[in-house]
Structure formats: C-alpha cells, structure tokens
Design a protein around this ligand. Structure first.
Ligand SMILES: [Mg+2]
Length: 271
C-alpha cells in the first residue's frame, strides 16, 4: 500500500491490546463493527475453500449483530463470504467492497467495477495459460479480482511467477495490482478499497454520526486502507501481524482473541 500523508504507522508488535483497552477506547460511544474474514474470523488455511467459520464464532457474530451493526469486509466474493458466514442480519462487502449486500435484500455495487469485467476475463485466461508450468501456482478468478496464489510454489519459481503476472497486468490498463499474504492480486484500476466501502456503508446505514465509533478488525495488507481511512474517526485493530508497519492502533493476537473480544463487546453493549 502507498504511504498516505497524515497516516501514522506503528510497529504491529508495539500496539496495545484491544482486549485490555475495551471498553475505554469506545469513549462511551456505540460501535459499528467491520471485520475482515480470513485470518480474523477464520484461521488462514492452505485451501481458501476450507476456511470455514466455527459454530462458536457464528454464534458470537449473531449475538453481536443483535446489539450493533456488523459488516464483513473481505477480498472474497460477496456470495462466497456470505455462504461461509450464513447469517442474515449482517452486511457483506465482498471484492474489497465493490459488491455489498445486507438485510432486506440490500444489494449494490458502489465502486463501478463492472466496467473491468472484460479485462478480468482476458487476464485470467492469460494467467491460467502462462502459469500452467509453475507447480503450485493457483489462479483464482473472483468476481472483481484475480488472485495468483504462490503459497505452495517453490521459492526458486516465485520470481518467474511474479514476472509473468506483472507482464499480464501491464497488458491490461483497466487492472492494477493489489497485495496480500502470498498472493498477487489483479483488481479493477479504480479508486475504491475496503476503507471507502466502510465509509460508504456508514453513510448508507446512517452510522456516520458523532456518537458512533467504527471499529475495523483486519489482519492483511488490504486492511491497511481501512485502518488508514479510520484514523481520527474510528479504531483500527490488527490481528496478528503482517510484513509491514500498520495504521491500526490496537491489536489482537489471533482468531481466538477476536472471538473473545467480540464476546466482551457484546457483553458491554448488553449491560
Ligand atoms: Mg484477512
């Protein structure tokens, strides 16, 4: 992610615990809770299709959604993350916020990504052909992105994978590169990201008010856009750590701590 002016970055390991500082950081306000899925609600697994939500976490989310607005903001397709979560009182922002749904048949695509569909189709086909010879490379076509996974690629072949992917990307100006853990992502070349989706939802749900504090919980580089957008307005909570400095202000250790945190938050709001 680019360095943005005015955004304060921290060493992830130096951040104070969100668990220890709840409810103090709410400053007496009501929260709206935005959560990434992979690595926050479900542990990272080798096969993205197997990142299921535990029954305990589902129950925790359901209880929380009874007392405040809860939205899942994911790089996954909206339908995919909605299928994994299986709760109908939550909002789902898939494709990094390009595709949003919620209760009462709400469904909208606020970022203008439809125009990039032909380029995504063409690039996915080229990547499938050209990465075919690299063992372990996985090209995952999502609705509004292509993820090139190299978690299972030999170190000696990663450079070649990156070179091929960069060449395909260069041939499609309608697309740009996004980053993630052990993936290269090709996504619509538009000024839209998880942070913009959070603010779009806050407006849409009438939550952009002084007595509401947005919390954003995420673990990945793509969540940094949301952390940066929320600085001075809400609270960013990083789960674990990634390879870079973070614009989050608190941290949680892992998925188990996220669950404990959400339970504690529900308890606080129920009192
Ligand atoms: Mg994640």
């Amino acid at each position: 992610m680019k360095n943005q002016p005015g955004v304060v970055k921290h060493d992830p390991l130096a951040l104070p615990s969100a668990l220890d500082n709840l409810p103090a950081f709410l400053e007496g306000k009501r929260p709206a809770v935005f959560l990434d899925y992979d690595g926050c609600l479900s542990p990272i697994v080798k096969d993205p299709a197997k990142a299921i939500l535990s029954a305990g976490m589902r129950n925790t989310l359901q209880q929380l959604a009874k007392v405040c607005s809860v939205a899942i903001v994911s790089g996954r397709d909206r339908a995919d993350v909605a299928r994994l979560v299986q709760l109908d009182n939550l909002y789902f922002a898939g494709s990094h916020g390009f595709d949003i749904s919620g209760p009462d048949n709400m469904h909208t695509e606020p970022g203008g990504a439809k125009a990039a569909l032909p380029a995504l189709d063409a690039a996915a086909e080229e990547l499938n052909q050209q990465l075919n010879s690299i063992q372990g490379a996985l090209v995952e076509r999502k609705r509004y992105a292509i993820a090139v996974h190299y978690r299972n690629v030999q170190d000696s072949e990663v450079e070649e994978l990156k070179r091929i992917t960069a060449a395909v990307l260069g041939a499609h100006p309608a697309l740009k590169e996004g980053l993630g853990k052990k993936i290269i992502e090709l996504k619509p070349n538009l000024d839209w990201h998880k942070g913009k989706a959070v603010f779009w939802l806050m407006e849409e749900l009438n939550l952009n008010k002084p007595d509401i504090v947005p919390l954003y919980i995420g673990d990945d580089i793509t969540d940094e856009d949301a952390f940066a957008s929320l600085q001075g307005r809400g609270v960013g909570i990083l789960v674990g750590e990634h390879d870079d400095k973070t614009a989050a202000e608190y941290r949680l250790e892992n998925v188990e701590e996220v669950e404990t945190f959400l339970q504690k938050l529900t308890q606080h709001l129920t009192l």
